[in-house]
Write a protein that binds this ligand. Structure first.
Ligand code: PLP
Length: 265
């Protein structure tokens, strides 16, 4: 029987027992985008739509072995990082990504969950800036994350552009700053700065909804999947934005807090 060739991707992140964010959101999204997903679990969270109850960070040994197991058997085309918890994990991930051939890296620099839980310790931000960002093909911060990484306040669109330039100077090839957090604007606007200096805006309606849990994980997973299927970055970003718009606007009723996105759109 003829076997189907499927693009293979990797998510390096923390789990969400509630299934709406983290590795679960990544792998569900990748499945929907028709790529084969693998994972390196760096932390386990006890979590639901109301918040994070507990976090356990994985020991270096098991993180290293997950990378080794994948590298020995799979042909990973594109990888992404999500929640990385602390400096030791960031350093372990950097080490392993440099050791193996895992394709271009999309860095979603997850810091704080919507419920307020810290998913990256404050002292690890420096390791992300100096060690992880230089490896990034694309970095996808939201506004608060971009402020921390670029070490500047972002008050308007001009600041967004300056922050993106700073992230490029830190070594990221391409930058997507998710601007959905400007709550005074009628639209959700994301800013893209490409490797060649070109810019792009991704716009969409702003929805009045609590069901946005896992939005960052989901958009970066769509982008990874589209890249693995051979899309140009510009197209992958546009598909990602359209997917998120549809997934937020057709909310589903799951849990009693910040509900997950509707992926069946
Ligand atoms: N939990 C984990 C493990 C995550 O990786 C993420 C990703 O951003 C979140 C929670 C954040 O969820 P939220 O979209 O509610 O901020």
């Amino acid at each position: 029987m003829e076997e189907l060739e499927v693009p293979q991707v990797l998510t390096i992140a923390g789990t969400d027992s509630g299934g709406g964010a983290g590795i679960q959101a990544d792998m569900k999204t990748m499945q929907e985008r028709h790529v084969f997903s693998t994972c390196v679990v760096v932390a386990v969270t006890a979590q639901n739509t109301l918040g994070v109850l507990d976090v356990e960070v994985m020991p270096k040994r098991i993180i290293d072995h997950q990378f080794q197991a994948l590298a020995e058997d799979f042909d990973i085309q594109v990888s992404k990082t999500g929640m990385l918890a602390n400096t030791a994990v960031v350093e372990t991930v950097v080490e392993n990504y440099q050791k193996y051939d895992l394709g271009p890296l999309v860095v979603d620099p997850v810091m704080i969950a919507k419920g307020g839980a810290k998913l990256l310790s404050e002292d690890a931000i420096d390791a992300v800036r100096t060690k992880l960002i230089p490896l990034a093909y694309l970095i996808t911060p939201n506004l608060p994350e971009a402020e921390k990484l670029a070490e500047m306040e972002i008050k308007n669109n001009q600041d967004v552009r300056s922050a993106a330039r700073k992230l490029r100077q830190l070594g990221a090839k391409n930058v997507l700053i998710k601007g959905g957090h400007f709550s005074d604007q009628p639209e959700s606007r994301d800013y893209v700065l490409f490797e060649n200096g070109k810019e792009m805006e991704l716009t969409g309606p702003r929805f009045e909804t609590e069901n946005t849990h896992g939005t960052g994980d989901t958009i970066s997973s769509v982008i990874v999947s589209e890249l693995a299927k051979g899309a140009e970055l510009k197209e992958a970003l546009q598909v990602g934005k359209a997917f998120i718009n549809a997934a937020i606007s057709n909310g589903i009723k799951v849990g009693h807090g910040h509900g997950p996105l509707n992926h069946w759109v």
